[in-house]
Design a binder for this molecule. Structure first.
Ligand code: UD1
Ligand code: UDP
Length: 379
């Protein structure tokens, strides 16, 4: 327990309000919540950005995350509409609970909104909760991504930045945020290790009995909402292997408008829970994805990953030879699968994302925070 905190609060106990809202945030929050609740108090707020059972409740069940204390139920909407709804409904919740600090994850609209509310709130007496950002410092260099804008704002507003990688630390230093940053490793490693022990019995029916299959996920707005990218990507997946495709609801909307037919070898299924996903990843011959989290999980599972984007934040996986960023090139998937060096699973696979104890380091960082933040902390 931190001496600083003991001196300030006397009790050493931390009261944290965690904000989650979208699928990857449930995966990131699960191990932190487990570690935090051993000695401290957590108020878990779900913004309601994701709400289908398969996008939300399934993760709480699979990862044994406690029920959210509050669900803001903001649902879907435009970027501004969703962000505004979270801003409006989160403020009274923070004022009501008066946590010592607020914990945010990743780069969604829920992250952005929680950062903006927290840094401007004032408790009676003038203090405000500190703001800690988990998965800080990621940069794609692509300003058109809504996530890139969200993460830059969240980083600049946060009091403490907990970075998953050395590359993320360098980005923060370059932006003058190095003083607030600590390298804790990637908390998705903790979740993946936890789930890998429980996943083997959870392979979805669609993949059972298949000798080899490609696992596909696609949901990035810049891919699925742009026919000039989505069409060639799908063309490139017409290969002579089955492709198992758990379809994100954003992607389902586009496919249901019949803008693009799926190649005959692509088996579309509903989004799967986390244990099913970890089982699918472990059994795949290769993974094709535009997801951030899935790129890392492919690496952790030792499965070659083809990234259907023009850049990646997870550059370590490409440098290690396990991930190939192919953009929307329709020939790239076939080329990657035919490359023996890329497909070689005996390649070295160093622990690029830490040792699986990021959650414990995050809790240590929270214990080192003062009870409340003076508004001048980030000034
Ligand atoms: C969001 C995040 C993205 C993250 C992704 C994880 C932002 C800007 N984007 O993208 O960074 O990678 O989550 O999956 O925050 N929908 C449903 N049911 C649901 C949720 C969504 O049907 O439970 C549909 C709605 O039509 C909605 C669309 O999916 O309009 C997009 O949802 P939204 O939360 O806006 O963005 P994502 O694409 O999920
Ligand atoms: N995931 C899942 N089921 C699916 C698709 C993804 O459990 O059908 C998990 C995946 O294993 C990873 C997380 O969701 O842990 C990634 O979420 P997503 O790809 O939606 O978002 P991103 O990581 O790109 O922000």
């Amino acid at each position: 327990m931190s001496a600083l905190r003991d001196a300030v609060s006397g009790s050493g106990l931390v009261k944290v309000l965690s904000v989650v809202g979208a699928r990857p945030q449930f995966v990131k929050a699960a191990p932190v919540s487990r570690a935090l609740r051993r000695d401290h108090t957590e108020i878990l707020v779900h913004t309601g950005q994701h709400y289908d059972d398969a996008m939300s409740a399934a993760f709480f069940r699979d990862l044994q995350i406690p029920e959210p204390d509050i669900n803001l139920e903001v649902g879907s909407g435009s970027h501004a509409g969703m962000t505004a709804n979270i801003l409006r409904s989160l403020e009274p919740v923070i004022l009501d609970h008066e946590p010592d600090g607020v914990l945010i994850y990743g780069d969604t609209n829920s992250t952005l909104a929680a950062a903006v509310v927290t840094c401007k709130i004032a408790y009676p007496g003038g203090d405000r909760p500190w703001l800690v950002h988990v998965e800080a410092g990621l940069r794609s260099g692509n300003p058109r991504m809504p996530e890139e804008r969200n993460r830059i704002v969240a980083d600049h507003l946060s009091d403490v930045l907990l970075a998953p990688t050395a590359a993320a630390m360098r980005h923060l230093e370059r932006e003058g945020l190095g003083q607030r940053a600590t390298l804790v490793g990637d908390v998705m490693v903790d979740s993946h290790a936890w789930a890998s022990q429980r996943a083997p019995d959870h392979l979805p029916v669609a993949a059972r009995g298949l000798d080899q299959y490609i696992l596909l996920t696609m949901h990035r707005a810049e891919n699925v909402d742009d026919p000039d990218r989505f069409r060639p990507i799908l063309e490139g997946l017409a290969i002579d292997l089955p492709v198992i495709f758990p379809v994100h609801p954003r992607t389902r909307v586009v496919l249901e408008k019949n803008l693009h037919g799926l190649p005959a070898n692509v088996v579309a299924i509903d989004p799967v829970g986390y244990l099913e996903m970890v089982a699918l990843e472990a059994g795949a011959y290769a993974i094709a994805t535009d997801s951030g989290g899935v790129q890392k999980e492919a690496y952790l599972a030792g499965v070659p990953c083809i990234t259907l984007r023009s850049e990646t934040e997870w550059v370590e996986t490409t440098e290690a030879g396990w991930n190939r960023v192919v953009d929307a090139d329709p020939r790239a998937v076939t080329r990657a699968l035919a490359d023996p060096t890329f497909m070689d699973r005996a390649k070295p696979r160093p622990a690029l994302y830490g040792d699986g104890h990021a959650a414990a380091r995050i809790v240590t960082a929270l214990e080192a925070m003062p009870e409340r933040s003076r508004a001048s902390v980030t000034a």
